[in-house]
Design a protein around this ligand. Structure first.
Ligand code: IVH
Length: 727
């Protein structure tokens, strides 16, 4: 393997010139050599190949597998990456989304939660029970069993798509490989974590490489490419829920979890049944008291409605169930000195103040930066002008109290005036962009000051590009934040806007100063980068929409827009139409209201999940001439894969507009609305020519009369319950 020539993929015959037999021989040869190199590197800790040699072997194998896909083996080492553990895992589309939890902090959040559920279900004082159990601070895992056999384990990922970590999960002692007496399809969900004792032992054993906390250690260990490494790590698993099932486990949450325990899973012994908010708060206090001696990290208590038929009726918001609440423990805090306030400019131009701190340990993690939110927050007032921290402002040189809650950026809770230096000055928030010098202005009602430089502002342009290549957007391997900063400033081969990414290879070919001759690059890595870019020239519509970094348009909204319009041209058509509505104006509420009936505007704003603020931002951005020209250049370089409408079950009311009036007697208005929306209908507040169906309950008034006048179909509650499957 010291023979450099042989290891250099470029010296081998062109892939296209090979026949299947020779390709197969070479794949076998390369696979063996790469597997050997992996073993030397990861297990024996004695690498024999340079990184470049190793990459060359892998690139050659990939090229062969692309040319002869029938020869690619699922366990091919091309699927295994040496360095970053996150790469190389296959993707798993969850049969049922993995949700997150709504958070509560105060006692009132718990009482609100209980009364919201009562009112949603229309339960005045009937029995309503909740389970309360520790919220484990680890990472969630979904285990799929078919006919009692563990066939797949997947991380949560973005909730819809996770990583396939089956081989690794099989090495965890708490995870059974076989179950007896389980439903034919059973997805068990729970948390992978590491105990304090095991974490300490691991960190001591690993010497130099130390994990910040047990959660990171658990995540790092589960997401190892080599299952042998995972096997050597002391991971544990608590089961607390389920995904897809071929048959219900039980009628209540408590019994379902007991059933999981009977099947052989570890479930948390502190799980309790509560009948009101008072009992829930008592269990919370009890669990918090035990927190320090449990031997593993927990960060709160999770309450779940016990009756599973109620859970079904309550259903889900976009990412969280209505039937559960995570009641968090107070965050850990620490005092330190604030050295300096820096201003960062984000991709939408927002000026974000960052506190640079004397490093301090908070909850096991060293913190040296904290967010200061916005200028009001620094000045000691909230967005309505009311005082926060009793009006105490924050200055450079102050002693401040830091807290961390979850994985988010640390925040500042308070400031110690008794330690304020005598010569300190109130902080003056910049009124021009520190990056480009353009005016930074605050729109009325906005707490954020924004740079008005648009694409002229290098900070905005760079942040936009970083967003463009990020994981949920174009996800270009080898082109991350660091490379974007480098290329943005590059005089010979600049990337200043997304389109430039797709002309990079071509510009490089015409350039005298070729990329491959630069330091830090080699022929192999440049080839790899260009291949990764080529690979994304075809991009799904939803990714494109998200990648543009339009304010208020996140991943979820991008998905909704993509599925609604199907193609980029259709979306643009609606946007351009809305922009040409004579009264369109970005900030005039009255005129905005007047637009509600105009066809293009209405097409955008009546999409379920898309609000007026988002539409405003979408239309303004996509019709801004410089921005549009830049996007058009991008579109000229890529091929957009149209979106197909998500397979939703067709129901009797799919796509129809419903109006409820009067007082429903067997279902609350909130539940009826949620049910109608879940069945693909829209629910409007008033009757118009667009109404398809009016549900008139007792006490219906003018709406029923108007419906009759317009010839809208009117039904009563019994009929509605029949449609909604309630009786
Ligand atoms: S139930 C649909 N129960 O917390 C509800 N989650 O912040 C799914 N977690 O993603 C979650 N302990 O990883 C549930 N006892 C528990 C939990 C728990 C920890 C995690 C879980 C979830 C996250 C949400």
């Amino acid at each position: 393997m010291s023979d450099g020539k042989q290891d250099d993929g470029a010296a081998r015959p062109d892939v296209a010139a090979l026949d299947e037999q020779r390709a197969s021989d070479e794949i076998a040869d390369l696979s063996a050599r790469i597997a050997q190199a992996n073993d030397n590197y990861h297990v024996k800790d004695a690498p024999v190949l340079s990184d470049a040699e190793y990459d060359a072997l892998k690139q050659r194998l990939l090229a062969l597998e692309r040319a002869f896909p029938q020869l690619a083996r699922p366990d091919s080492p091309s699927q295994v990456v040496g360095a970053a553990p996150a790469e190389g895992f296959g993707k798993v589309v969850h049969a049922q989304r993995m949700m997150s939890l709504e958070n509560g902090f105060a006692d009132a959040d718990v009482t609100d939660f209980v009364s919201r559920i009562r009112s949603f279900l229309g339960l005045r004082d009937g029995d309503l029970a909740f389970t309360a159990e520790p919220k484990i601070d680890g990472l969630s895992l979904s285990l799929r069993y078919e006919d009692g056999v563990l066939v797949q384990a997947a991380t949560r990922g973005d909730g819809a798509v996770g990583e396939n970590v089956t081989a690794n999960a099989r090495t965890i002692a708490d995870i059974p490989h076989r179950l007896t007496g389980a439903p034919a399809i059973l997805e068990v969900r729970g948390e992978v974590y590491m105990s304090h004792a095991d974490f300490q032992r691991l960190n001591a054993a690993e010497g130099g490489r130390v994990f910040a906390n047990p959660r990171n250690a658990a995540a790092g260990s589960l997401r190892q490419i080599d299952p042998d490494v995972t096997a050597s790590r002391p991971l544990r698993f608590f089961a607390y829920g389920w995904g897809q099932l071929s048959q219900a486990l039980a009628d209540t949450q408590m019994e379902a979890v007991e059933r999981l325990a009977a099947l052989g899973f570890r479930t948390n012994p502190l799980t309790r049944l509560c009948h009101d908010a008072g009992q829930m708060l008592a269990v919370w206090a009890e669990i918090e008291q035990q927190r320090a001696t449990l031997g593993y990290d927990i960060d709160g208590v999770v309450y779940k409605v016990n009756d599973l038929s109620y859970q079904t009726r309550l259903g889900y918001r976009s990412t969280t169930p209505r039937w559960a609440l995570a009641h968090k423990f107070p965050a850990e805090t620490a005092w330190t000195r604030l050295d300096r306030i820096d201003i960062q400019v984000g991709r939408t131009g927002a000026l974000s103040p960052i506190a640079r701190l004397e490093p301090v340990t908070v909850g096991g993690v060293v913190v040296s930066n904290a967010t200061l939110h916005n200028e009001d927050y620094i000045a000691g007032r909230d967005s309505s002008g009311a005082p926060i921290r009793e009006g105490r402002d924050i200055r450079e040189g102050d002693w401040v109290k830091i807290y961390r809650a979850g994985d988010v950026i640390p925040k500042i809770a308070d400031v110690d005036l008794s330690r304020r230096p005598a010569d300190s000055q109130p902080y003056r928030f910049p009124e021009t962009c520190p990056q480009c010098g353009s005016d930074a202005i605050r729109e009325p009602g906005d707490s954020v000051r924004r740079c008005t430089g648009g694409l002229v502002c290098p900070a905005q342009a760079i942040e936009k590009l970083k967003h463009f290549v990020s994981r949920a957007a174009f996800d270009i391997e080898g082109l991350g934040a660091k490379q974007i900063e480098m290329f943005f400033a590059d005089p010979a081969l600049p990337i200043r806007e997304p389109a430039d990414i797709f002309t990079l290879a071509e510009r490089d070919a015409r350039n005298i100063a070729r990329l491959k001759n630069r330091e830090g690059f080699g022929a192999r890595s440049v080839e790899k980068l260009f291949a990764a870019i080529e690979d994304k020239r075809r991009i799904p519509l939803e990714r494109l929409i998200f990648a543009l970094g339009i304010r208020h348009v996140g991943e979820v909204a991008a998905g909704i827009l993509a599925r609604h319009f199907g193609t980029w041209d259709a979306l643009l058509g609606a946007v351009d139409g809305a922009a040409h509505e004579p009264a369109f104006a970005a900030d005039d509420k009255a005129r905005r209201m007047a637009l509600a009936d105009s066809p293009h505007w209405a097409e955008l704003t009546t999409i379920n999940g898309i609000g007026a603020v988002l539409v405003q931002s979408l239309v303004t951005t996509l019709t801004q001439p410089a921005e549009r020209a830049s996007i058009d250049r991008l579109i000229g370089q890529i091929q957009v894969i149209p979106a197909t409408a998500r397979q939703v079950q067709q129901t009797a009311i799919s796509g129809k507009t419903l109006v409820f009036t009067g007082t429903l007697e067997r279902m609350t208005r909130a539940e009826a609305k949620a049910r109608a929306e879940a069945m693909g209908a829209k629910v409007a507040g008033s009757v118009s020519a667009k109404t398809d169906l009016l549900i008139a309950a007792p006490g219906a008034g003018s709406k029923a009369a108007k419906a009759a006048e317009l010839g809208v179909t009117v039904i009563d509650e019994d009929e509605w319950l029949r449609i909604a499957g309630g009786s």
